[in-house]
Design a protein around this ligand. Structure first.
Ligand SMILES: [Zn+2]
Length: 75
């Protein structure tokens, strides 16, 4: 039983982390150079990776409507 509770706490903690991350972060489209924000759900499911120069996410740009590699910028 205690393992289930610990697992649930870890999952809730991760959800809060993603929520905080989606509120804190904006993305810039590398094609049209527009900045945009993403929803909590998009942040949760979207593929994301980090490089030495910053984080990137594979997103659909709301401006040019293309699947792009968006660079993460601090809000
Ligand atoms: Zn774009």
């Amino acid at each position: 039983m205690i393992k289930v509770i610990i697992s649930l706490l870890i999952i809730i903690g991760l959800l809060f982390l993603v929520l905080w991350h989606s509120k804190k972060t904006k993305y810039i489209c590398l094609k049209c150079e527009k900045t945009f924000e993403i929803s909590f759900f998009t942040d949760l499911i979207g593929p994301h990776w980090f490089t030495f120069f910053g984080g990137y996410k594979y997103l659909k740009c709301p401006n040019c409507k293309q699947k792009i590699k968006a660079k993460e910028i601090k809000n």
